[in-house]
Design a protein around this ligand. Structure first.
Ligand SMILES: Nc1ncnc2c1ncn2[C@@H]1O[C@H](COP(=O)(O)OP(=O)(O)OP(=O)(O)O)[C@@H](O)[C@H]1O
Length: 609
């Protein structure tokens, strides 16, 4: 019991302090585990952050992509198998839109060459207009019409450029860009190849003729194989693209119209880009280089308007002016205008068209030689030149006045040239105050085109029809056959000036029976009969009355030799009118055939065969 009742030996209530080494090791161990735990916690937070970021990115992508299309693409998109490219893919394909990849510059932005990961070469048209009514309209119009063509016709649309896809995702929108992806055409535009690079291949008549035929087939395709028909509205060399074998295709549907359909109907039935926000990459994309003039206009013609002026400094005739109503505020416009220092903003209340015409005049003045332009006593030149008449020009004026007496009684070239400019300068001829574009191009959605190529009825408020394209095609024929621009003034004697307006010159040559004078002297292997056929066809296309112009199907028939060759329009027949027809190209050729039109020339001692 005593044992049981004996108290337990006293244990110390506090442990004895550990030996100094053990305490240090314990403290060290404890400290180490804290560090490990914090590192682990940090790493796990970091991993969680990364995972969260990835998941968020994926989710936001999923959210963004379908939101880009408020309405599902129409059947045409599916049929055309259009691809929706992401901004990143196109950015990588074009090396971040590097300047070295820039193929050219259009009205609303630049076109870049790109290579997809598959190795396929593409051309990316980067349009700057996103956010502006006009830019978006052109984007949608171009996309929707190209898609119509591709969807409706598939592989048969051999002479019309193929659209591969587009991009208008959130990144593009944040950068105010939109992109359309096309097949890549190795030899660029006809304008560039013919007039600037002067490609050796284009000195071969066969190739020029083939291009003419390709373009005719392309337009005919738009007019006849698309339902409803499509009118391109801007046929010109810069909208004809050449592949590596110089096969030609029609491009740029920004101004095209579906006959019988309202433009808004076409566009609205198509794609609308979403407004959803997204993250941005901070790369640099160039391309804000269209010359934009913004005018706050107080007159009723155009209230607040955006005037987009694009002038090719080498060929001012290809300048493009577009004026549109827009819904952006004037301050936005002025902000943008201040970026563009190429044109100053006019704060006065002058009408937009006066401003534009004046500006165009000054641009043309910059390009034209000091001599041998319209003399200042010419009605048009005096209007354009008053401010800048130099002493030399005054002398020239005196000289030209004295020369006046020695001139031919009818200076057809000047009359036609000045008439044309005057006609287009005269706003009364354009109903509703529509503004001619560089002496020929309107600016309203219903009337646009390129000066010298635009059909007269489009400026005169006539109905839009396929025949407008026929007129433009006529100009294109003359340009291709002559190898020069439709309006060209060189520093040469006055005698050269009568050739300044290609159309007037061609008409005059026809009257004199000297049509072959128009042919580019640098062409080799010329088939004179074909050349005469082309110029005659051009003159038919250039008749003022749309009804008198042939259809594109007839033109294809005439050029390809499947139908009877054309007669010169009566008013252009050499005097006395011969109406000697071409030999039918369906019959075997004889050397006489190509002389048919030349005979009267020989009699007139004017031919230079
Ligand atoms: N698919 C393509 N392949 C190769 N080059 C192209 C292609 N598309 C356009 N280009 C080049 O880019 C240039 C600009 O083309 P874009 O269609 O934007 O304008 P444009 O037709 O010259 O002018 P505008 O817009 O005033 O009608 C063309 O002239 C051509 O040199």
């Amino acid at each position: 019991m005593s044992t049981l009742s004996s108290p337990l030996p006293d244990f110390p209530t506090t442990l004895p302090p550990p030996p100094p080494e053990a305490a240090a090791s314990h403290r060290h161990h404890h400290h180490g585990s804290v560090v490990i735990h914090s590192v682990l916690a940090g790493v796990s937070v970091f991993v969680m952050f990364i995972v969260f970021a990835i998941v968020y990115r994926k989710m936001s992508r999923k959210r963004t992509v379908p939101a880009d299309l408020k309405s599902p693409p129409p059947q045409a998109v599916k049929e055309a198998q259009l691809q929706q490219f992401s901004y990143n893919v196109l950015r990588r394909a074009t090396s971040a839109f590097a300047v070295r990849n820039r193929l050219g510059q259009g009205g609303f932005g630049s076109v870049y060459k790109g290579v997809l990961p598959s190795g396929k070469e593409i051309a990316v048209k980067l349009m700057n207009g996103c956010g502006s009514l006009q830019g978006e309209r052109e984007f949608h119009n171009e996309l929707s019409l190209s898609t119509r063509v591709a969807g409706a016709c598939g592989a048969r649309a051999g002479n019309v450029i193929s659209v591969l896809g587009y991009c208008c995702d959130v990144r593009c929108r944040r950068k105010k860009k939109m992109m359309i992806v096309y097949e890549f055409m190795q030899n660029g535009s006809l304008q560039d190849a013919l007039l600037y690079r002067k490609c050796a291949e284009l000195m071969d008549w066969k190739i020029r003729f083939r291009i003419l035929l390709d373009v005719a087939k392309g337009i005919d395709f738009l007019h006849c194989s698309c339902d409803p028909p499509i009118v391109h509205c801007d046929i010109k060399p810069s909208n004809v693209l050449l592949d590596r074998n110089f096969n030609a295709k029609i491009a740029d549907f920004g101004l095209a119209k579906v006959l019988g359909m309202d433009e808004s109907e076409v566009v609205e039935s198509f794609i609308e880009c979403g407004e959803e926000e997204g993250d941005l990459e901070t790369d640099t994309v160039d391309g804000d280089n269209s010359n934009k003039l913004v005018i706050e206009e107080s007159e009723s013609v155009v209230t607040t308007g955006e005037v987009v002026v694009n002038v090719d400094p080498v060929s001012p005739e290809s300048c493009c002016v577009t004026v549109v109503d827009a819904d952006a505020s004037p301050s936005e416009y002025l902000e943008r205008a201040s970026v563009s220092d190429q044109i100053s903003v006019d704060s006065s209340n002058r009408r937009v068209k006066d401003y534009v015409m004046e500006w165009i005049g000054s641009e043309i003045k910059k390009e034209r030689p000091k001599k041998d332009w319209l003399t200042s006593n010419d009605p048009v030149s005096s209007e354009l030149d008053d401010s800048s008449v130099t002493t030399q020009q005054k002398k020239q004026k005196k000289k030209s006045e004295s020369d006046k007496k020695n001139r031919k009684p009818r200076e057809w070239w000047k009359e036609e040239f000045c008439d044309e400019l005057h006609r287009r300068r005269n706003s009364q001829e354009c109903p509703s105050g529509e503004i001619p574009k560089s002496g020929g191009i309107s600016s309203t959605p219903s009337m646009r085109g390129t000066v010298c190529y635009i059909a007269p009825e489009k400026c005169d408020g006539g109905l839009l029809s396929e025949k407008s394209d026929v007129y433009s095609y006529g100009v294109l024929i003359l340009v291709l056959v002559s190898g020069r621009r439709p309006l060209q003034v060189t520093a040469s004697p006055m005698s050269e000036f009568e050739r300044a307006n290609l159309i007037s010159w061609a008409r005059q040559l026809a009257r004199n029976g000297k049509l072959l004078d128009l042919v580019d002297p640098s062409i080799h292997s010329l088939d004179q009969e074909q050349a005469l056929l082309c110029v005659t066809t051009a003159l038919l296309c250039l008749q003022r009355s749309p009804a008198k112009r042939p259809t594109m199907t007839e033109i294809v028939g005439m050029l390809s030799g499947e139908s009877e060759p054309p007669h010169l329009p009566f008013e252009f027949s050499p005097s006395p009118p011969t109406n000697i027809p071409f030999k039918s190209r369906r019959k075997p050729r004889t050397s006489f055939s190509c002389m048919a039109l030349v005979v009267p020339c020989v009699f007139n001692k004017q031919t230079t065969l």
